[in-house]
Structures are given as C-alpha cells and as structure tokens.
Design a protein around this ligand. Structure first.
Ligand SMILES: *Cc1c(COP(=O)(O)O)cnc(C)c1O
Length: 482
C-alpha cells in the first residue's frame, strides 16, 4: 500500500467506522457465537502472497463482526463504560501516524511535554490539590498509564521501595527479603480484583478490609487492622482506597482513612477508575474530598471521559517517589537534558519502556468538547441512571441494592439468588441488551451501567420494559412450578 492507496483506503475506513457507529443499534449487542467459532473461518497460516484490501474488509464484516460485543451500542449496560468519541479516534490515528516512542524527553519532546501539560489541565479540571501538579516547579505531576491496574501496581511498587528503605534505615541488618516478608497492603472487600493481583505480582500480603452498610471502608476498620498487624510484627505500608467501586460504585471514606495513612507512613493510593471523570462537575467534586491525604491518585479517562482506550491518568505528589524507585540508566537511553530538572523521562514512571503518544487524544477531546461539553456528558449519564432507578423503585417486585450516586444502578428481584441468576441468564440470552452481575454480601445483584455515548432515555425505557417482561415470564413460570 502506497500513500495514494492509503489516502483512498483511509477515507473508506473512516466511512466504515462512521457507518458502524451510526447504525450500531441495529446490531445484536451481544454476539451469538460459541468458543472456537473463528478458527474454521480463517486459514491456518499467514498468506505467502499479498492480498487485497477489499477482501480483508469483507472478512471484517463476515468473520469479525459476528464475534464482537458491541460496547458502544446504546443497549450495552454491562461493566462500566469504555470511552469512544470521534475526536479521540482521529487523535489516535495521528498518534499512530507519528508513531514515536516517548520513553525519554529526547525520544520525542512533544510526546512528553504535551502529556505533562494535559495531566495538569485534567488535574485542574477535577480541582486536584496543586501538590499533585507539575506546573512550572511543582514536586508532583501526572503520567498516562495503560490501565488502572498498572497505576495501582506502580504505586504499590514505589511504596514497597520506600518501606524497604525506611525499615533498613532503622535497622541496618535487615535484608530486602526480611522486610518484604513483613509488609502488608490493605484495600477494601469491594476493591477491584486488580489490587489483589498487583499484591501477588509485588510479592506482598494484601488484606481486604470490611466495609460498612454503604460498602465503604471506614477509618475504624483500617485502624483496627493496622494496630493488629503492627502488634504481630508486620509492617503496614500501602492502602488502596476506591472511589466508585466496580461492584456497586461505593466510596471509601478518604477523610477518615487519609490521616491514619499519613500518621502511619502508609502510602495511600486512590483508585477512581470509573468515578474520577465525574469530578469535573462541581456537584460531584465532593466525592474526591480527602484526596489531599493521598500519595497517588488515578482514574481512567478511557472509561467515562470520551478518550478512547488506553488512557489511565495517574498523579503523584512526589514524582521522585517513582523516579527513585524505577530509575535505571543504560548508556543508550541517556541524553543531554536528563539532569536539567526541567524535563520528565516518563520511562521512570512506568513498567514498560515504550509508550505511545496518548496525550494527543486528551488534547483533541478537551478542545473539541470543552469542559462544559464534558460536564454535560457526565450529567446526562447520571440523569439516565436515576431515571432507571426510579423505574425500578416503582415496581415492588424489585429492590435497589446500593445508593445510586453516578451512572450505575444495582438492583435485583426480591427473592432468591437463583431467581436473579435465571433473570440475568434470560436477559443476556435474548441479546437485546447486555448486563453483568455482581455479588454484594452474598446477594446476586444485577448491575445496570449507563455506558454508550449515544444512550438516550428511550434506550433506558426499552431496557426496563424488556427486563420486566422477562421477569414477569420468569415469575409466572415459577408460580406454575410451585
Ligand atoms: C475498571 C476498574 C479497574 C480496572 O481498570 P483497568 O484500567 O482495566 O485496569 C480498576 N478499579 C476500578 C474501581 C474499576 O472500576
């Protein structure tokens, strides 16, 4: 493919994507395929001779699309949203075209500098304390990680390094292994599974703290665990708080937890993967109160801020906590400006070396929507979630299982777990809408998450009608059985 053909095919591809997104409602949101469906449709090995673009595109429709879950369908209400917007798609294309790898400032100065400024922009949009910003001479700053899981791991590893250094400075005979064996990290019993996985990767004990009636970790739970563990000779060193848990969008009480962490030399990391985007609205910003106690904070604009995957933004108060933990300097990566203090080498802020020019997506989206446009977008989703909640509340066969604060509604039929499992099975088997469940203190609960950029009240109303129709059939069948 030469540049002339690229121009032509590029325009066709843009048309294909625009058509796909414009008509996505007509597709079945959840694919009707069995495991292994794909292999029989494609050759066993790559072609020796080049093939034609038309043939590849034809196969996309024939082989790939039937196996796609359409996350951007307005009938998709599963998990949490994943962002998709036209400005971000275009910026992603440009990022691919430039194709630089921005591991150091020198490896592509614009890639590093735009990222630093975009993280300051976004930090100001959510009114993050200035101590997290890089600005001209701050000690903090932000970085784009691939995912929230990686951000938590980076924070955990940096905290581990700090804890080892502290323990060794107090007792010079301790080896690194001695200290690691005694370290203990905490999170909530509602935290995302990635926190536990990160603990496994880092080789440290992780404990899940119990939550209160609102599924939030309280200061008293952390205090109790810290005191017990210290008495047993362990070293509490890390706490991952969640703002907007994946199960039910609950919020840990940062203002109670933060002071304990600060007092006990425990690194507090805040995972707000989904909820973080809502903090750009003044009416939701209070949910972030207490972040001033944190050492690091992360959320995913790639979930709810219209910046396509991947873009997980992470801020730290002291960037030297990261750069000191992960700094290794082979000759081939050294450059003339690295000691100037003015610039950032993002390779010291993350696990991989290579990194894409992802801040272009933020820049395009922030400029094309404006803060006002993004706020409206968040508000619309929250409003739709409340519309769904009100529908559930009007039907006394159902119950709401957790406070509806943002765009997630946890609900279930009053009755057994088996009944609700059957309802969800029927919903997803019909493939008209897609939902996933969660488990709240042993209860099987359905999650209704407002996800797509194009979702409207009509889709929410349709979803509820569909759910109640299936519920009615199920309850009727059950009565006949009894
Ligand atoms: C979605 C989610 C994650 C995982 O996000 P990734 O970016 O895919 O790692 C972590 N924590 C919470 C609270 C989430 O909602």
């Amino acid at each position: 493919m030469d540049a002339t053909e690229f121009r032509k095919r590029g325009k066709e591809m843009v048309d294909y994507i625009a058509d796909y997104l414009e008509t996505i409602e007509k597709r079945r949101v959840y694919p009707d395929v069995e495991p292994g469906y794909l292999r029989p449709h494609i050759p066993d090995s790559a072609p020796e001779e080049p093939e034609r673009f038309e043939d590849i595109l034809k196969d996309v429709e024939k082989i790939i699309m039937p196996g796609v879950t359409h996350w951007h369908s307005p009938y998709f209400f599963a998990y949490y949203p994943t962002a998709n917007s036209f400005p971000a798609l275009l910026a992603d294309m440009l990022s691919g075209g430039i194709g630089c790898i921005g591991f150091t400032w020198a490896s592509s100065p614009a890639c590093t500098e735009l990222e630093t400024v975009m993280l300051d922009w976004l930090g100001k949009m959510i009114n993050l304390p200035p101590s997290f910003l890089a600005e001209k001479d701050g000690e903090g700053g932000g970085v784009i990680q691939g995912t929230a899981s990686e951000a938590t791991l980076v924070a955990l590893l940096a905290a581990r390094t700090k804890a080892i250094q502290r323990a060794q400075s107090e007792n010079g005979t301790l080896t690194q292994g001695d200290v690691i064996g005694r370290l203990v990290a905490y999170t909530s019993d509602q935290a995302h599974s990635s926190v536990e996985k990160d603990g496994l990767i880092a080789g440290v004990k992780t404990k899940q703290l119990p939550t209160d009636d609102a599924f939030a970790v309280r200061g008293s739970a952390l205090r109790k665990a810290v005191d017990q563990d210290k008495a047993a000779g362990l070293i509490p060193f890390f706490f991952c708080a969640t703002l907007g848990t994946t199960t039910c969008c609950s919020f840990d009480k940062l203002s109670e937890l933060g002071p304990i962490c600060n007092e006990e030399n425990i690194w507090m990391h805040v995972d707000a993967a989904y909820a973080g985007s809502s903090f750009i609205c003044p009416e939701f910003r209070h949910l972030l109160n207490g972040v001033e106690f944190a050492d690091s904070f992360n959320f995913n604009p790639h979930k709810w801020l219209l910046v396509n995957f991947d873009c997980s933004t992470m801020w730290v108060k002291k960037r030297t906590d990261l750069t000191c933990a992960f700094k290794i300097d082979p000759v081939y990566l050294k450059h003339a400006h690295q000691e100037s203090g003015l610039i950032t080498d993002y390779r010291h802020w993350q696990i991989p070396l290579g990194r894409r020019f992802r801040s272009l997506k933020m820049w395009f989206v922030f400029r094309m929507y404006g803060v006002k446009g993004l706020q409206e977008y968040i508000r619309k989703h929250v409003k739709l979630a409340h519309e769904f909640k009100d529908l559930v509340l009007q039907d006394d066969r159902f119950e709401i299982c957790a406070d509806v604060i943002l765009g997630l509604v946890c609900f279930r039929l009053k009755g057994t777990n088996e009944l609700n499992e059957a309802l969800l099975k029927n919903i997803n088997a019909s493939r008209k809408i897609h939902l996933v469940p969660c488990n709240l203190r042993g209860k099987f609960v359905l999650r209704f998450a407002v996800c797509a950029r194009t979702v409207e009240s009509a889709h929410v109303q349709f979803a509820w009608k569909h759910i109640t129709k299936l519920a009615g059939e199920l309850l009727k069948a059950q009565k006949q059985q009894d």
